[in-house]
Design a protein around this ligand. Structure first.
Ligand SMILES: [Fe+2]
Length: 253
């Protein structure tokens, strides 16, 4: 199956990039999955923006540390193809896994959130992955690794090598150049990058974000405006193994 995984859709520029470009390329893929925890003003996901992404051709959405920043998500997270990180404690709202069907094959999707410099109170992403894979019948398996630290992402890659088809990093909003497929057939990329405006500081307006660093005082978060880019990864999976991983980028004219 051919998949497109879209990196962190961030605020209005990210939504615009998806709406402008995805419909033009949508028919090249069996499935399109997007990380959209920053879609609504940089923090969280509203119903309106969820619908925009679905209408543009996104089949399923992953979240992250801002999953619950917009409270209205509690009204639709259970019924729509939306994933929160699997390593929240038992009983957290939302689904910890999705099984999608396309191209005559099944795909398990789940998200693991990093604990280093991010969410230290979550359950171990390593043990949670073991638990999910133990009860999984889909042979193709895609993991969104939502983490701050490159070493934690690589540790999860090595731990799950050969047991999942692909691990794709999200959260840092900065794309990395290490796309690879292991000998055991697992594709990996430390970070897909942001779908949003790079005329910013990771999607936040430069002036207010810079003031945090210069003054060490709290500053209101404002999402940046500006020319949008869509960053994604194309994956080809077959029989549980990754056949191809290719970073994809589109820039607003
Ligand atoms: Fe995040």
């Amino acid at each position: 199956m051919r998949l497109l995984f879209i990196g962190d859709v961030t605020a209005d520029p990210g939504l615009r990039a998806v709406r402008l470009h995805l419909p033009d390329i949508r028919d090249q893929y069996h499935l399109v999955i997007a990380n959209a925890e920053n879609a609504s003003g940089g923090k969280g996901l509203t119903k309106k923006h969820y619908r925009m992404l679905r209408d543009a051709g996104v089949d399923a959405i992953t979240l992250g540390n801002h999953a619950f920043d917009k409270k209205e998500i509690l009204e639709f997270i259970e019924t729509e193809p939306i994933l929160r990180a699997a390593n929240y404690p038992p009983g957290a709202p939302g689904k910890d896994r999705l099984v999608l069907e396309a191209g005559g094959e099944r795909l398990l999707v789940f998200q693991l959130m990093g604990r280093v410099f991010l969410e230290p109170n979550l359950d171990s992403p390593f043990q949670v992955a073991d638990r999910i894979l133990a009860s999984c019948e889909a042979e193709n398996r895609l993991v969104d690794v939502h983490a701050e630290v490159t070493s934690e992402k690589y540790a999860l890659f090595r731990y799950l090598d050969g047991r999942v088809s692909a691990l794709l990093g999200t959260h840092t909003h900065v794309p990395t150049a290490d796309a690879q497929i292991s000998e055991r057939g697992t594709a990996f990329l430390t970070d897909v990058g942001m779908t949003g405006t790079y005329d910013s500081i990771i999607g936040g307006e430069t002036e207010s974000f810079l003031a945090r660093f210069l003054t060490a005082l709290p500053q209101p978060f404002r999402a940046a405006k500006g020319r949008a880019s869509l960053l994604a990864v194309e994956l080809e999976l077959e029989g549980g193994r990754a056949r191809q991983i290719r970073p994809y980028r589109w820039d607003e004219p």
